[in-house]
Structure formats: C-alpha cells, structure tokens
Design a protein around this ligand. Sequence first.
Ligand code: SF4
Length: 181
Amino acid sequence: MQKVTIATDWLESCAGCHMSLLDVDERLFDLLKAVEFTSSPITDLKVPPEAGVDVGILSGAIGNSHQEEVARTMRERSRILVALGDCAVFGGVCVLRNLFARDAVLARGYMETESTDPGSRVPDSEELGALTDRAYPVNQVVDVDVYLPGCPPSADAIHFVLSELVEGRIPVLPDELLHYD
Ligand code: SF4
C-alpha cells in the first residue's frame, strides 16, 4: 500500500503542538506503517517536497513575512491542509499583540522590557522576516481544510485526525476530543 505523505511545520508557535504530536508515543509506530513524514521542524528536511504531499500540517499563527511564505508553500504543496492547535485555528495567544500597533509591539519586545539593556534597538536585518501588521490565524492567509483546536490539542485528538486522514476521510472530531483549553 502506498503511504500517505505528510509534511508539517510550525509558524508563530511555542512548539507545544508538535510536542503533543510526539506524545502520540508508541501509536506512532503503527501510524508510520501507513504514513511517511517528508519534512518537519524537528528533522533535517524542513520544506515540503516540490512534488507535493497528501497532508500538510501547520501549527502556530502567522506573524511575519517568513511565516506567511512558509504557509503559502505548505498550502501549494498539500492536498489537504490541517491547522493544528489554537494559534493556527484562531490565532490563540499570538493575536493578543493585535491589541497594539506593530511598532509598539516591536519597541516593547526589543527596547522596553525590564531586562533590556539600555541602547538596544529593533533588529532590521534583511534575513529576518518582517513583522506583519497583525498576527493571523492560518485560514486568514491560506485555505484550511481541517481544524484541530486545543492548546495544545491532545495526543488522542491528533492520533484520531491522522488515523482518519490515513483512511481517506476528512476527520470530524467527536465531542470528547473537541476542546479549546
Ligand atoms: S496552540 Fe498552544 S501549544 Fe500550540 S503553538 Fe499555540 S500556544 Fe503553543
């Protein structure tokens, strides 16, 4: 049987959603009989293959131009795109910064915290992605097919979603796995 190919990446994220993915634990071994992970933030290969994958999974919100590019590439190369976790689904904690202007956020983060050295400035290297005007949930930038909320989603919920996708079904989370805490 041909394996289902999955690529995953994180955007503006604390990595907790991917830690929860690893919490699937030994059930991963069964999944790996039917699934091939082509790229992830915790493996050497980070970018989904140009040939595309069956399933793309993104955690985190979109808060800078680099993350926007990552999301668009994942969308273009994924037949089904999953938003993993509250930050990806509706912005989560990342959108709290939307209460403030972009320049105020940068000034607070780089120049005004209690532990910042005097004379610090906002970094402006071209190698750094530019902060977007707001933080966005993934579906405000690219189309999303499957939503998996939770902060982070439980390993059981992630296992359910992956199992359904492997069976060729769009997962519909049962009530007991659907939570937003
Ligand atoms: S949803 Fe929660 S666990 Fe996942 S990236 Fe956001 S803050 Fe971290």
